[in-house]
Design a protein around this ligand. Structure first.
Ligand code: ADP
Ligand code: MG
Length: 247
């Protein structure tokens, strides 16, 4: 099937997604869409259902109801289901560690198919993009946390995902480093035209990174819009309170 990469069509679209655990709806009728090159932040307090939503999009968690389209293709609905590796999605998690026994080059090459010489060229290109080419033959334990994160980004970008799903990938980094890495990460993803769904519980991070914020609470998206609008016109007192402690 030829995928439609039209810039006018959402890269990711989810409709009426539901997931229950033990009779409780932890994701309750969530819908959103993301255009190419757009960053949407799924923002909300711990336990509101952000990671579960992301995992359903990645295909590593089954939904109870709802449909998902990735890069113009239906990847799951009530009966039909494409496995995780068949979806146009890349994943970055906070604890998505590098393989310790593989070099930087080996980590990035993991998952890339094709001839070895071709792979090497693509690995070098990716490492150049994240500023890690000089470290290509090092091993993870020889790198700082920020450097490891850059390599993880290069690895996530290697199969050219049309959609990048990021679950609090910057939480483990200290403040100053985090600012640099997240700005650089977004620059790289925007340059590739990737649609990004970034999960965070930090309003400051969403304000800084998002084109659009989807504010989530108790499994529902309670407000959606540009950061400026969400910040200035919170939907209710609870939303206003959530944003009041931005530093
Ligand atoms: P968030 O990422 O916003 O912190 P999660 O999506 O991880 O929230 O979890 C939402 C809710 O669903 C939480 O109350 C969590 O305890 C519950 N939950 C998540 N996964 C499971 C599971 N596999 N079994 C039972 N409950 C779960
Ligand atoms: Mg989570």
């Amino acid at each position: 099937m030829v995928s439609d990469t039209s810039p006018l069509q959402p890269r990711l679209e989810i409709r009426n997604l539901v997931r229950s655990f033990g009779g409780r709806r932890v994701v309750d009728d969530v819908s959103l869409s993301i255009m190419p090159g757009q960053v949407t932040c799924l923002l909300g307090p711990s336990g509101c259902g952000k990671s579960t939503t992301l995992r359903m999009i990645a295909g590593i968690e089954k939904q109870n109801a709802g449909s998902i389209w990735a890069d113009g293709e239906l990847v799951c609905d009530g009966v039909f289901r494409v496995p995780p590796e068949g979806r146009a999605t890349g994943l970055m998690f906070q604890d998505f560690a590098l393989f310790p026994h593989l070099s930087v080059a080996g980590n990035v090459a993991y998952g890339l198919s094709g001839r070895a010489s071709k792979t090497r060229g693509r690995v070098e290109q990716l490492l150049e993009r994240v500023g890690m080419l000089a470290h290509i033959d090092r091993y993870p334990h020889e790198l700082s946390g920020g450097e490891q994160q850059r390599v993880a980004l290069a690895r996530a970008l290697a199969p050219r995902p049309k959609i990048m799903l990021m679950d609090e990938p910057f939480s483990g980094l200290d403040d100053r480093l985090r600012d640099d890495i997240r700005d650089e990460t977004l620059d790289v993803l925007k340059a590739e035209g990737t649609a990004v769904l970034l999960v965070t519980h930090e309003p400051g991070e969403a304000m800084r990174m998002a084109d659009e914020i989807a504010l989530m609470r108790d499994g529902k998206i309670v407000q959606m819009g540009a950061p400026y609008n969400i910040y200035n016109t919170p939907v209710d007192k609870e939303a206003a309170g959530f944003f009041s402690d931005i530093n």
